[in-house]
Design a binder for this molecule. Structure first.
Ligand SMILES: C[S@@+](CC[C@H](N)C(=O)[O-])C[C@H]1O[C@@H](n2cnc3c(N)ncnc32)[C@H](O)[C@@H]1O
Length: 237
């Protein structure tokens, strides 16, 4: 039995990402404390290339919704193929970095809490990188229903996330205890925050997507990442 996450922890997670925004990319590019040894770092970059290849092969087009875009890792690639991107994130600091990194007027930024936000329309594609693991398990089905509402039937989906803690350990985190989805994370200056982090079994996650009408096979790279590509297969009321 997993304990439900408090609204205070969800707010703390937004504060954490706001405070981490300027150092966030060190994680993705394996700089500083994330560059633990040459072998792990090389493997990480190889698997990032694999993710990019999957993402690029989708050529997500039309009007695309990106949830929790952060500094713009995926936004930068989306603007190569999309007609427009609507990017929804709770952190103004993240949005500002994204705007500076992407610099494309076809991106509309929305500052909103994804646990309260509702889509105003159905998009041609939906993308969320390293967000699903931050959704509390008791909110996962509601979140996937929101995705189904936000995606037109036949629309495409891409998500990527962390695979498991045991293979992605580095110095800024402590693993949650049994029955907890809450993990302590520290910034480079030592400040500590409580955030949500869930690692999903790939086939169980695929089944959860299917319940929301989303046909999303979930796959993984050798060590670090889980990802899914798929389509919306049914109309949602
Ligand atoms: C792990 S980062 C992912 C960033 C980016 N998608 C990537 O792949 O690198 C998580 C993002 O979720 C955002 N976030 C955290 N809580 C949120 C909430 N309640 N509503 C909307 N965004 C939130 C953070 O500001 C941050 O940009």
């Amino acid at each position: 039995m997993t304990n439900a996450v408090s609204s205070r922890t969800l707010e703390e997670m937004v504060s954490y990402y706001g405070a981490r925004a300027h150092e966030y990319d060190d994680w993705w590019y394996r700089r500083g404390r994330y560059d633990r040894n040459a072998e792990d770092t090389a493997r990480w970059h190889t698997e990032v290339k694999e993710l990019y290849a999957v993402f690029d092969s989708l050529s997500l087009g039309g009007d695309v919704l990106e949830l929790a875009p952060g500094t713009g890792t995926w936004t930068q690639r989306l603007v190569r193929t999309a007609r427009s991107v609507t990017a929804v994130d709770a952190s103004p600091a993240m949005i500002e970095l994204n705007r500076a990194n992407v610099r494309d007027e076809r991106v509309t930024y929305v500052i909103a809490d994804l646990f309260a936000w509702e889509p105003e329309r159905a998009y041609d594609a939906v993308c969320f990188g390293f967000w699903l693991s931050h959704v509390p398990v008791e909110r996962l089905d509601d979140f996937l229903e929101t995705i189904a509402k936000a995606l037109r039937p036949g629309g495409d989906l891409f998500f990527a996330d962390s695979l498991t803690e045991s293979t992605a350990l580095h110095d800024n985190r402590r693993v949650p205890g049994a029955g907890s989805q809450v993990m302590a994370r520290t910034l480079a200056d030592g400040r500590e925050y409580q955030i949500v982090k869930n690692y999903h079994d790939s086939s169980a996650l695929s089944a959860r997507f299917a319940r929301a009408g989303l046909d999303v096979p979930v796959r993984q790279t050798a060590t670090y990442f889980q990802y899914g590509t798929g389509v919306h297969t049914r109309h949602v009321k």
